[in-house]
Design a protein around this ligand. Structure first.
Ligand SMILES: Cc1cc2nc3c(=O)[nH]c(=O)nc-3n(C[C@H](O)[C@H](O)[C@H](O)COP(=O)(O)OP(=O)(O)OC[C@H]3O[C@@H](n4cnc5c(N)ncnc54)[C@H](O)[C@@H]3O)c2cc1C
Length: 532
């Protein structure tokens, strides 16, 4: 079957951006925050353009621990309002994207008698706060029941445990679902398109100059409101808003990195996650079943550079392996790690005195409205992306940067593909496509597997689907974020370079260059290399 020309669909979106119209809103950044804002605004009937310099979720939004959670930890800090909001959002997300976000049981093993009572009581409060939106009741477990539910747990010294419920998700595919739903609601969303400067009319921001990174063409987007949702990179965009003669402002964001190691499920078999609330040095440790593997993490280490592909520090890897070895019966070693990936948290510094309206909310995210009208939003967590979007849009409307529209448009808005799927702890497969699995199966190669994992893996049709329907443009777009193989098994991802390149060349009607193949090979090597 002859491939259709997907390039023209992208070209159409680019020409829509170039039309010269005035947008109500231009969003810079295609991670959870930017896409959430774009979707919410489009669903309210506003005209919206959203540009992403690389691929959707290339930044922090593909590197989460994959938990949809209320934040038990904030409860311990007494931040009830934040937990209540996150629990509300947890339920909303699970309802709107059931193929990509589902409930997940956790076991907290106890090795000291007081732990079970202490944590169990806290988790009962968590249930009470969730109310009707709870995903399952907290239970106190005997040592034997804890071992049955979590067969991989270290049995020596185990006195019992607590089981509670939270959620998990496929972060990069959820970002794609947001991008596609925003398009369905009328937004124009483009990846591989950077904001390179801001348009200003005397002191006000009036638009954004963007560059299509495939063709190097530029376009000026005029906008009533510009939102900077670039995660840890917000300061670079804020700098575009600076009067060149004014002194450089102090950075808003202090990045902190979190490392995850992926190992085979045999280290933590079953369908429950393990949570250790306080390791030897007071950190939290997770072992989460995800897409056929187990994710171990994470860390919280300040770092002052802003690489797109940060690398782990040796002591972070050592910490995760050591603690996993303490709480799992079978200790994973360095040789067992299939993939290692690092995400950067945009931690917001205390507000500077630079004339901006700093609204350091008692919640995790921060919204800043600059004197020029540039709106910056950063921080928060994936789980609450929708509430953040509502909050930032509300602030824009209050300042008359956007026409007023009622909120709540996304509370009951199913995302593209919404349909009950198979558990996310199973290997990746057609279940991740939800209601679109039927369309996927109509494409050539639905039963030709390039990589087989259980009943799933990566089929030829999935690669074609990624280009035709999911805006994939590069090898990395396919192997890191449409299919998550780079995050699950980096050596396996490297083996897919040639067959996926051949299919991409066919679909995109251009050759995947040698340089692109080498760059991905290097990236896959990084994802399977641990520092000494
Ligand atoms: C280790 C770790 C684990 C986490 N785990 C969880 C979890 O389990 N559950 C949870 O709810 N939350 C979790 N979080 C938090 C969550 O991942 C983040 O809050 C969220 O992904 C932030 O999204 P963002 O859109 O603000 O940033 P990003 O995802 O980084 O998006 C910003 C985007 O802006 C783009 N960009 C930058 N400059 C430009 C430009 N000039 N033009 C156009 N685009 C540009 C970037 O390419 C990037 O894609 C975790 C975070 C970390 C670090």
């Amino acid at each position: 079957m002859k491939a259709r020309a997907p390039a023209s669909e992208r070209a159409q979106r680019w020409s829509q951006l170039r039309e010269g119209r005035r947008w109500d809103l231009v969003v810079i950044g295609g991670g959870a925050t930017g896409l959430g804002v774009a979707l919410d605004a489009a669903a309210r009937g506003l005209s919206v353009a959203c540009v992403e310099a690389n691929d959707f979720a290339k930044g922090t939004s593909s590197r989460a621990t994959k938990l949809v959670h209320g934040g038990v930890r904030y409860l311990a800090q007494g931040n009830v309002a934040l937990v209540r909001e996150a629990l509300h959002e947890r339920a909303t997300l699970l309802a709107n994207a059931p193929h990509l976000a589902q409930r997940l049981p956790f076991v907290m093993p106890s090795y000291r008698v007081w732990e079970r009572l202490f944590y169990g009581t806290g988790l009962k409060m968590y249930d009470a706060l969730a109310g009707a939106r709870g995903l399952g009741g907290t239970e106190f477990l005997s040592a034997q029941r804890a071992r049955t539910l979590l067969p991989g747990v270290q049995a020596r010294g185990l006195v019992g445990g607590v089981r509670y419920w939270d959620g998990q998700f496929d972060d990069a595919r959820l970002a794609l679902a947001l991008a596609r739903t925003a398009q369905r609601e009328g937004a124009v969303v483009l990846n591989h398109c950077s904001a390179i400067s801001l348009q200003r009319d005397s002191a006000r921001v009036t638009g954004v100059t963007v560059r299509d990174n495939e063709t190097q063409e530029r376009a000026v987007l005029q906008a009533g409101c510009v939102i900077n949702a670039t995660g840890v990179w917000v300061d670079a965009v804020r700098d575009m808003d600076r009067d060149p003669s004014a002194p450089k402002r102090p950075a808003l964001v202090a990045p902190s990195q979190g490392v995850h190691l992926v190992v085979d499920r045999k280290f933590c078999p079953g369908d429950h996650a393990l949570l250790v609330p306080k390791t030897a040095d007071g950190r939290v440790l997770f072992a989460v079943p995800w897409l056929g593997k187990t994710i171990l993490g994470t860390t919280d280490t300040p770092r002052d550079d802003l690489s797109e592909e940060p690398t782990p520090f040796a002591d972070e890897v050592a910490f995760i392996l050591r603690e996993a070895g303490t709480y799992l019966a079978r200790a994973p070693t360095r040789a067992d790690v299939r993939s290692v990936w690092v995400g950067l948290r945009p931690l917001v510094r205390p507000s500077g005195d630079d004339g901006e309206n700093t609204k350091a909310l008692s919640r995790e995210h921060t919204v800043l409205v600059g004197r020029s009208g540039l709106v910056t939003v950063t921080g928060g967590k994936w789980t609450t992306y929708r509430a953040m979007a509502e909050d930032v849009l509300e602030q824009c409307m209050a300042r008359k940067l956007l026409p007023r529209r009622p909120h709540g448009a996304t509370v009951k808005l199913p995302l593209v593909g919404a349909a009950l799927g198979r558990p996310l702890c199973e290997p990746p497969g057609e279940h991740l496509y939800g209601s679109e699995a039927d369309t996927l199966r109509t494409l050539p190669g639905a039963d030709t597997w390039l990589w087989r994992d259980g009943e799933g893996g990566l089929s030829e049709a999935m690669v074609r689907y990624a280009v035709r329907h999911e805006m994939a443009r590069t090898l990395e777009d396919v192997l890191a974020r449409r299919c998550r193989v780079l995050f699950l098994d980096a050596a396996q991802a490297a083996q897919l370079i040639e067959p996926v390149s051949a299919l991409l060349s066919d679909e995109l009607q251009r050759d995947v260059s040698k340089a692109e193949r080498s760059a991905f090979k290097k990236l896959a090597l990084q994802y399977r290399t641990l520092p000494d």
